[in-house]
Design a protein around this ligand. Structure first.
Ligand SMILES: Nc1nc2c(ncn2[C@@H]2O[C@H](COP(=O)(O)OP(=O)(O)OP(=O)(O)O)[C@@H](O)[C@H]2O)c(=O)[nH]1
Length: 220
C-alpha cells in the first residue's frame, strides 16, 4: 500500500543531518559540493556551519538542515548537543588516513551512547577516493565496518563529486524510513520557503576561525 501512495500533496519533511569526522577529512568540502556544487581547495578548519537545502527523494520533498561540525579537538564541546538533536549522521573519514577511521569509529560509539538507539540513520563515507595512490584504509576494511554496523559504506570524493549526492540521498532514505516506521505525522515540518536545491541557504551559526584571504572559503 505505502509504495502506491501519492506523495505529491505531502508536506516537506525536515531532517537534521550532522556531518562528523576527524579534522581535514573533507566534511566541509562534501557539504559544499552537495549544497552549492562548489569545490574548495584550501583547508579552513570549521567551528560549526549550518546549511539548509531542499531535495526530492523518491518523489518526496525533504528539507535538510545540515550541520557541518568541527573535526578539530578544541571545537568539540558542542558534540553532545548535536548528537542528541541529529536525526541522521554522515560519518566521514579519509581513505588516506587510518587514524581518521579510528576517530570515526569512536564518534559512532558516542552517537549510539548519547542517542541510546542502535538504529540511528548513518552513512559511512570514505572520502578522498581520488587519492588512491595515498590510500591507507583498505576498501575491505570500510566494508567490514559497514557490515558490523549495518550501515552503508561509500567511497566518495568531494574533489571529483563522486558519490556526494548519493551519500546524502541514502541518508535521507534512511531517515524517511525511520520516520515512516514511527508513524509520525509531519504537518509541523511543512516549509514552503525552499523550492529547490538552488534555493538552499546557509546559516553561519559561526565562523571559520582562519584568515579571510580565501574568498571561496569565506563564503563557506
Ligand atoms: N584530494 C581531495 N582532497 C579533499 C577532498 N575533500 C577535501 N579535500 C581537501 O582536504 C582539506 C580539508 O577539507 P575540509 O572539507 O575543510 O575538511 P573538514 O573535515 O571539514 O575539516 P575540519 O573543518 O577541520 O573538521 C582541504 O584542503 C580540501 O581541499 C577530496 O575528496 N579529495
Amino acid at each position: 500500500m505505502s509504495n502506491q501512495r501519492n506523495y505529491r500533496f505531502q508536506p516537506s519533511r525536515e531532517f537534521h543531518v550532522v556531518v562528523l569526522g576527524a579534522g581535514g577529512v573533507g566534511k566541509s568540502c562534501l557539504t559544499a559540493q552537495f549544497v552549492h556544487n562548489e569545490w574548495i581547495e584550501s583547508y579552513d578548519p570549521t567551528i560549526e556551519d549550518s546549511y539548509r537545502t531542499q531535495i526530492q527523494v523518491d518523489g518526496r520533498q525533504v528539507v535538510l538542515e545540515i550541520l557541518d561540525t568541527a573535526g578539530t579537538e578544541q571545537f568539540v564541546a558542542m558534540r553532545d548537543l548535536y548528537m542528541k538533536t541529529g536525526q541522521g549522521f554522515l560519518l566521514v573519514f579519509s581513505i588516506t588516513s587510518a587514524s581518521s577511521l579510528d576517530e570515526m569509529c569512536s564518534l559512532r560509539d558516542e552517537i549510539i551512547r548519547i542517542k541510546d538507539d542502535a538504529n540511528v540513520p548513518i552513512v559511512i563515507v570514505g572520502n578522498k577516493a581520488d587519492l588512491e595512490e595515498s590510500r591507507a584504509v583498505p576498501r575491505a576494511k570500510g566494508f567490514s565496518i559497514s557490515q558490523r554496523w549495518e550501515a552503508p559504506y561509500y567511497e566518495a570524493s568531494a574533489r571529483t563529486k563522486t558519490n556526494v549526492e548519493e551519500v546524502f540521498i541514502d541518508l535521507c532514505r534512511q531517515m524517511l524510513r525511520k520516520d515512516d516506521d514511527a508513524g509520525i505525522t509531519d504537518d509541523h515540518h511543512h516549509d514552503d520557503s525552499y523550492d529547490n536545491r538552488g534555493g538552499s541557504s546557509r546559516r553561519r551559526r559561526r565562523r571559520r576561525f582562519r584568515d579571510h584571504t580565501h574568498p571561496r572559503c569565506s563564503i563557506l
